[in-house]
Design a protein around this ligand. Structure first.
Ligand code: FCB
Length: 456
């Protein structure tokens, strides 16, 4: 399988998951500092205080990327480094870190893909209501402009938000992520304000001359249990309705407003049952519909559902009454996530039809396994086979006509996996957290060869 010329190969990370240095150079507190330090929220009481110490080791990490032949590196900027309280003038020392990182990448011939928000909201903004408060959207647009002002001369590729579904519904819905709130109405409001922040920021970035603007979503094909292993399976009416509703809540809730300027009926109905739609003001959908260039897709597994008459809504899924979230008949990763590679091609083909005016990029895909270091090597055959299987589906989606521009593996490094802490390793590079020694896993060496050959 040969990939298109100019297909972008890369890897992704996020600020709170790798940087550490949480008190350095004037960085303010984020909701993940607060959340991870409160007992019981993160496995083993882990925090991002040190993480991969990337803040100090970024030069070595960029050298690893160069060794692997990456064309692109997707990282996120920690908002509390730039505006410690989430508003007001920029902290020059915070900006300077990303300035150095970008220069280092460019010198290594690697294109920076900059994500403005990968979940580390300044705590000061959470104290004023967080994403459930409309003002946060305006603060975000201002922050975007501040970052672009400093880096826009060198960074071409901008992403506004990472996975607004997760930020809203795990952060404010089931409380598994920071800030740990459990209120369906706040989660629905947060989703809308994240979208509004996206649109306002996209407009500011465009105005300032950004070449490419992207919204990154976690998306999955929504399937019935029978459809997981049988593409031809035809669900009955009740199951089909469950599938459509969950697809609306997961994917269309974000991409329909961003790309078509309207909410799906199912989402308005869900909001109606959870606090109402009063937070959606005149003009918001026009703002959210600001032109963008790409959708970033983070794919890990399919979402499997069927009709479940009488069931209450899941806390992460306001509006999912009468639906059962079902396991998939498939092998799983160390996260317990089912491995369904062709879910990726099914998803990409569908999204390219539903949103034909923008390009697609796989901005995250990868897997956690229980890696062991043996004689300085990590033989992560499971991860190699996961990546190979998914890349094959990337190729198939391109053959089927999806306008897919690139693939970024999650993740470059083992890192702080949110509520799972450090016990879940997603890296193609192993990190020994006691010594900060990095070791290229077999998957990294394999990926290097795929990149060099531009084929599987
Ligand atoms: C995604 C997140 C990313 C990482 C992977 C495993 O939801 O965007 O930070 O944690 O999952």
């Amino acid at each position: 399988m040969i990939f298109p010329e100019n297909f972008v190969w890369g890897a992704a990370t996020a600020s709170y998951q790798i940087e550490g240095a949480v008190k350095e150079d004037g960085r303010g507190q984020s909701i993940w500092d607060t959340f991870s330090h409160a007992p019981g929220n993160v496995a083993d009481g882990d925090t991002g205080d040190v993480a991969c110490d990337h803040y100090h080791r970024y030069r070595d990490d960029v050298a690893l990327m160069r060794e692997l032949g990456l064309a692109a590196y997707r990282f996120s900027v920690a908002w509390p480094r730039i505006q410690p309280d989430g508003r007001g003038p920029a902290n020059p020392r915070g900006l300077a870190f990303y300035d150095r990182l970008v220069d280092e990448l460019l010198e290594a011939g690697i294109s920076p893909y900059l994500t403005l928000y990968h979940w580390d909201l300044p705590q000061a903004l959470e104290d004023r209501g967080g994403w459930a408060d409309r003002d946060t959207a305006h603060r975000f647009a201002e922050y975007a402009a501040v970052v672009h002002d400093r880096l826009g001369d060198r960074v071409q590729n901008w992403a506004t938000l990472n996975e607004p579904w997760v930020a809203a519904f795990l952060g404010y819905g089931n409380g598994v992520h920071a800030p740990g709130r459990k209120d369906p109405a706040s989660a629905m409001r947060s989703a809308h304000h994240l979208l509004l922040g996206h649109g306002l920021a996209a407009a500011r970035l465009r105005e300032a001359g950004a070449a490419s603007i992207m919204l990154v979503v976690n998306s999955s094909p929504v399937l019935t249990p029978a459809q997981v292993n049988d593409h031809e399976a035809v669900p009955d009416e009740a199951d089909a309705a469950a599938v459509d509703r969950v697809h609306a809540l997961l994917t269309r809730q974000f991409l329909d407003p961003a790309l078509h300027g309207r909410y799906p009926e199912e989402v308005l109905a869900a909001a109606g049952r959870n606090g109402g739609t009063g937070h959606i003001l005149d003009g918001d959908l026009e703002a959210i519909n600001a032109p963008i260039d790409l959708i970033g897709i983070n794919y890990y597994n399919p979402c499997v559902v069927e009709a479940g008459p009488g069931l209450p809504a899941d806390a992460a899924w306001p509006g999912s009454e009468d639906i059962r979230f079902a396991p998939a008949d498939a092998p799983v990763t160390a996260m317990g996530w089912p491995i369904v590679p062709d879910g990726l091609s099914r998803l990409l083909v569908r999204l390219s039809k539903d949103y034909p005016d923008v390009g697609l990029m796989v901005t995250e895909n990868g897997a956690a396994f229980d890696d062991v270091v043996e004689d300085g090597r990590v033989h992560d055959a499971d991860r190699v086979s996961f990546l190979r299987g998914h890349l094959r589906e990337v190729g198939r989606a391109i053959e089927a006509g999806a306008d897919l521009r690139g693939y970024l593996v999650w993740s470059l490094l083992d890192n702080f996996e949110w509520a799972e802490g450090y016990r879940r390793r997603f890296g193609i590079v192993h990190v020994d957290y006691a010594t900060q020694v990095r070791v290229l896993k077999d998957s990294a060496l394999w990926y290097r060869d795929v990149i060099a050959a531009n084929r599987l």
